[in-house]
Design a protein around this ligand. Sequence first.
Ligand code: ZN
Length: 174
Amino acid sequence: MTRDDRSNDGSSNDGSSSDDPPRETVSIPNEVELPRLLDFYDLQDAEHTGIHEFYGNLRDGELTTTRCDDCGAVHFPPRIVCPECLSDDLSYTSLPHEGTLHSFTEVRGTAAIGMTDDTPFVAGVVDLGDVRLSARIDDASYEDLEIGDPVRLKIVDIDGPTDQDRVFYRFVPV
Ligand SMILES: [Zn+2]
């Protein structure tokens, strides 16, 4: 897989622009060794996931996903095999970093490990170019938001419980 079709048009897709605020760190408890399935975030290296390139791109400040070289389908989350035509000729392609809120809710009770101290928080579904994805919406309360609101990508660093440098995506209101 390659990133041969990455956008180089100098648009806001470039997460390394000097306008970006410092990246926030999300902490996950280190006191106990979590069973892997209880850790919300994937292990993100090539040894543990076939979509490590997605995480590498995200670590570099760019949200990407896979597009099938054979049938052209764009998927999210990224795949290692096209669910439409079963081809494994996939390329990473850049997604826009700004989208619109398709729907949202507020998580008040049970939350994944690493998020329990954050409740209540907003979880949303975001329309982003060719894909629709779910993500946390930071820096907003449920009452602040309306369907159709513009939102922008926010990348967070994940601290613990592994030694890996992990990242994840969220969105914030524009
Ligand atoms: Zn395909």
